[in-house]
Write a protein that binds this ligand. Structure first.
Ligand code: SF4
Ligand code: SF4
Length: 371
């Protein structure tokens, strides 16, 4: 492992204050996103924007890249204070965020259909000299598993493979004090997988502020699956209250998983989707409380949103009536955050334009920070 440079990060009490004030803002790099160039740009653009947390893949190279970008910011500004707290994401039971694109080269006919649909420009068609046809080039480290390219491929040359997270590597990462938050992602609310993870990694999770991330199912499914969900949430809540230093946790509802860039500028739909998710959350909350707890008790302390989040999402939930069920305490921005600064990666992007894009990124965070 590498030498950890030291910075003054947002502390957990500061993160909790932001949650309580509905001003929690997180930059999501992506649970399987390992493109070091873009990670450096994202950190440069957003580390000084006011986000309290940067959420990254549980990967030592990614951690090294994030800290290297902090180091260069510190050299420029002369300050090592007020850097975001770091969060890593763990896969409990096969969440699709933990996938990477794989190309079956012989099956690819270089048609280019996948090129425009990828939000992070994984694919490009390159034309070699003296060759009449172009061929597909792929930078797979940029892939964050959104699945938008798979349906457009006419020859089924693309597939998504799970990203492995060996427990020995996770234990090493969890030992770093700079990693203060951990998000557990669940796809199937698989109780035995959760119990196994807590058994193996429990000691490392003890002093972290925990978030549980899952995607809403339809309301019809909710009616049949609520028992399973309630049991899962109750087990997690019991573990946190018994073994975790903070004894409270946040939930992150994944609205349109990895959907922000796919829907780009359709802000009205974003807001409507958030409303639907909140309605779903309210139903789940009622169901959960009915099953397991007195009406005045909530299992989780804070509700946060991700998946299709844009600055307009913040405007929407801050305008929502405050009550114990629907209060949204903050959000994580991933796809849109990447999209905003993507042009800075172009070879012909001038330093002035780069600065302009970084300022645009900072403006995008502002709605989340205003109470
Ligand atoms: S479209 Fe999505 S799944 Fe396909 S390569 Fe791009 S990021 Fe990965
Ligand atoms: S869509 Fe499929 S066949 Fe076409 S270039 Fe992409 S991977 Fe190759």
């Amino acid at each position: 492992m590498f030498h950890m440079p030291s910075f003054s990060h947002y502390t957990i009490p500061e993160v909790i204050s932001a949650l309580n004030a509905q001003c929690y803002a997180k930059l999501i790099l992506g649970a399987s996103f390992r493109d070091t160039l873009l990670i450096e740009h994202l950190c440069r653009a957003y580390a000084r924007s006011g986000v309290q947390v940067i959420d990254m893949a549980a990967d030592s190279q990614v951690l090294e890249t994030v800290l290297r970008s902090f180091e260069s910011i510190a050299e420029e500004t002369g300050s090592r204070e007020d850097f975001p707290a770091l969060m890593i994401s763990l896969d409990v039971d096969g969440d699709p965020h933990f996938r990477h694109i794989v190309l079956d080269e012989p099956a690819c006919i270089d048609c280019g259909a996948c090129v425009p649909v990828c939000p992070t420009e994984v694919f490009s068609l390159s034309v070699a000299e003296h060759v009449p046809t172009s061929s597909l080039h792929m930078v797979s480290s940029r892939c964050y598993g959104c699945n938008q390219c798979i349906p457009v491929c006419p020859t089924e040359a693309l597939s998504l493979q799970p990203v492995a997270q060996p427990s020995s590597m996770l234990t090493t990462l969890l030992a770093y004090p700079a990693i203060q938050l951990v998000e557990l992602h669940t796809e199937h609310l698989d109780l035995s997988a959760l119990q196994e993870m807590l058994h193996v990694l429990g000691p490392g999770l003890k002093n972290k502020l925990l978030s549980l991330c899952w995607r809403p199912v339809s309301e019809e499914a909710l009616l049949t699956e609520k028992q399973q969900e309630a049991q899962y949430l109750h087990t997690f809540d019991h573990w946190v209250k018994t073994y975790n230093d903070y004894g409270v946790w946040m939930v992150q509802i994944d609205g349109i998983p990895m959907g922000g860039a796919g829907y780009r500028e359709v802000h009205a739909e974003r807001v409507q989707t958030s409303q639907e998710r909140l309605a779903w959350y309210a139903a789940l909350s009622v169901a959960t409380r009915y099953q397991w707890a007195a009406p005045s008790q909530a299992l989780w302390q804070w509700l946060t949103l991700s998946g299709g989040v844009t600055p307009e999402t913040a405007l929407f939930y801050k305008a929502s009536p405050q009550n114990t069920v629907l209060t949204v305490h903050g959000a994580g921005m991933g796809s849109i955050a990447k999209k905003l600064i993507q042009p800075a990666l172009q070879a012909d992007c001038s330093p002035t334009l780069k600065q302009h894009l970084y300022h645009k990124a900072i403006s995008a965070i502002k709605p989340f920070l205003i109470s």
